[in-house]
Design a protein around this ligand. Structure first.
Ligand code: NAD
Length: 473
């Protein structure tokens, strides 16, 4: 159980829920039903490791069945426990509602440190875990659909898919049993980068909001903002590279497991990733200084602090030392409920996890739809669109008697590929959800921050679902 000084991750999620529930008109009974975790499966299974048997503990929590299938990642971490998985599953429910993805929330966890096992051993653990989920009907394209989370990625998702296929060979929709698969295994282009790209869109929207920037004393727009990133895994690395490529931000410090580094001039995340791959550490990156601890980077002055590692990183102990103006929660639950009160009092804007890292589940939804339709997005219309645009360009040239350049012609006549459509759908989702949250926050001055506003949006949508479904029997 990840515990900050006085509240666990689950307690933080529930305290935030209770606070936001007070801003709604939803009845007590419906609120209680939204809050509780509907089903948890806890398993211990044996796996042969070298000549020994290892007993592995694992979980799958389905927080809400108001929409099916349920959806949520699988985490491999030695600190996984039932409470953590339940907290993460609850966040998934609220997250899906905020970005209008038609799933209930779920989460899985396997209590291992993946670094302790070889690839072959990890494959065996993953396949056995999947088998246990199949046995208890905790996985399936219409039941519960896992995805990557901390410590897992496309490789593990491919093993899960293959194991599911082995048991459910005749299921025509089997590929929809898990998302985040490699593209050549029925995955979708853009899923790997999706969470980081969503973080970029979300922070860009905030920085383009004049009232927010005025309140913080910052200039409008993302360009030139000083950023600190904690965690350079899937989410942190794509957040950094995409925000540098498309948002022109300056990354002044990075924190990883081995320590943290700083450079006033800025660190190119792409170069840092290459350096870490080669040397096994971010420390010693040319042009940077090593800070005294991995936590030190969190307390430095910057415009945007992006925790992208794990929960409870900013707690009551270090909240008062945080000098960032904006905290973009790329990770789930990085700010404890106690810390949030201090940060809000200090005028810091927190862009909450349940919105900011929803890009992953949004593109997972696109992948699931692709799997159920058995066709790549763009396949039917790409050429048709391209021919239509070519005809337009030809007509313009004829009417104006002017030639359009080769590059411009290429740009104007391109039909959309899968990656273009995925990015466009993700951007639309993140922009629309931000506007809903922001409008909710400004329309009720009592609401004390974007997290409460996001919760209010989510709770109203889920409550409407329950009310229109009716309670059975
Ligand atoms: P990951 O395993 O790919 O990367 C996490 C990184 O954080 C690792 O490089 C690890 O070394 C580093 N780290 C761990 N503890 C640290 C510490 N104390 N200080 C600095 N660095 C530390 O995991 P991920 O998939 O990027 O997930 C990160 C967070 O984002 C998690 O909270 C996860 O739940 C959330 N999230 C992930 C996705 C996704 O699509 N992968 C989607 C939504 C939310």
């Amino acid at each position: 159980m990840t515990k900050s000084s006085n509240s666990t991750f689950l307690e933080s999620v529930n305290r935030n829920f209770d606070k936001a529930a007070g801003y709604t008109e939803i009845s007590k009974g419906i609120l209680e039903q939204i809050k509780v975790c509907n089903a948890v499966y806890e398993i211990k299974f044996p796996v042969r490791i070298d000549d020994n048997i290892h007993v592995i503990q694992a979980f799958r929590a389905q927080h809400s069945h108001h929409r099916l299938p349920t959806k949520g990642g699988i985490r491999y971490n030695e600190n996984v426990d039932k409470e953590e998985v339940e907290a993460l599953a609850a966040l998934m429910t609220y997250k899906c509602a905020i970005v209008d993805v038609p799933f209930g929330g779920a989460k899985g966890g396997v209590k291992i440190n993946p670094k302790d096992y070889t690839e072959d051993q990890l494959e065996r653990i993953t396949r056995r875990y999947t088998t246990e989920l199949i046995r208890k009907n905790f996985i399936g394209p219409g039941i519960d659909v896992p995805a990557p989370d901390y410590g897992t990625g496309p490789r593990e998702m491919a093993w899960i898919y293959d194991t599911y296929l082995t048991f459910k060979g005749g299921d025509i929709d089997a590929a929809g049993c898990v998302t985040g698969k490699p593209v050549n295994q029925n995955g979708i282009r853009g899923r790997n980068e999706a969470t980081g790209r969503g973080v970029f869109y979300g922070l860009r929207e905030l920085c383009d909001t004049k009232e927010a920037m005025k309140k913080l004393g910052l200039s409008k727009g993302l360009s030139g903002k000083k950023v600190i990133i904690q965690g350079l895994g899937n989410v942190g690395s794509f957040t950094g590279t995409i925000m540098q490529e498309e948002g022109d931000i300056k990354v002044i410090a990075v924190s990883e497991y081995e320590g943290s580094i700083y450079s006033e001039k800025g660190i190119r995340v792409e170069d840092l990733l290459k350096y870490r791959k080669e040397k096994g550490s971010i420390l010693g990156m040319p042009g940077t200084k090593t800070l005294k601890s991995k936590e030190a980077a969190l307390e430095m002055e910057c415009d945007i602090l992006i925790p992208a590692a794990l929960e409870n990183q900013i707690t009551i102990e270090n909240a008062k030392n945080i000098k960032a103006k904006i905290i973009g929660e790329a990770a789930n639950g990085p700010v404890s409920a106690d810390a949030e009160a201090v940060l809000i009092k200090n005028g810091i804007i927190i862009v909450p996890d349940m919105y900011l890292n929803a890009g992953g589940v949004t593109v997972s939804y696109f992948e699931w739809l692709k799997n159920l339709s058995h066709m790549r997005f763009g396949r039917m219309e790409k050429r048709f669109d391209s021919n239509t645009y070519s005809n337009f360009v030809g007509l313009i040239e004829k009417l104006t008697s002017k030639k359009i350049g080769v590059k411009e012609r290429e740009f104007l006549t391109k039909g959309a590929d899968e990656i273009d459509l995925v990015r466009s759908g993700l951007e639309e989702t993140m922009v629309t959800a931000f506007q809903q949250i922001w409008e909710t926050a400004v329309s009720n001055p009592k609401i004390d921050g974007l997290r409460s506003a996001a919760f209010v949006c989510a709770l109203n949508k889920i409550s409407n679902d329950y009310l229109s479904l009716g309670i059975f029997p």
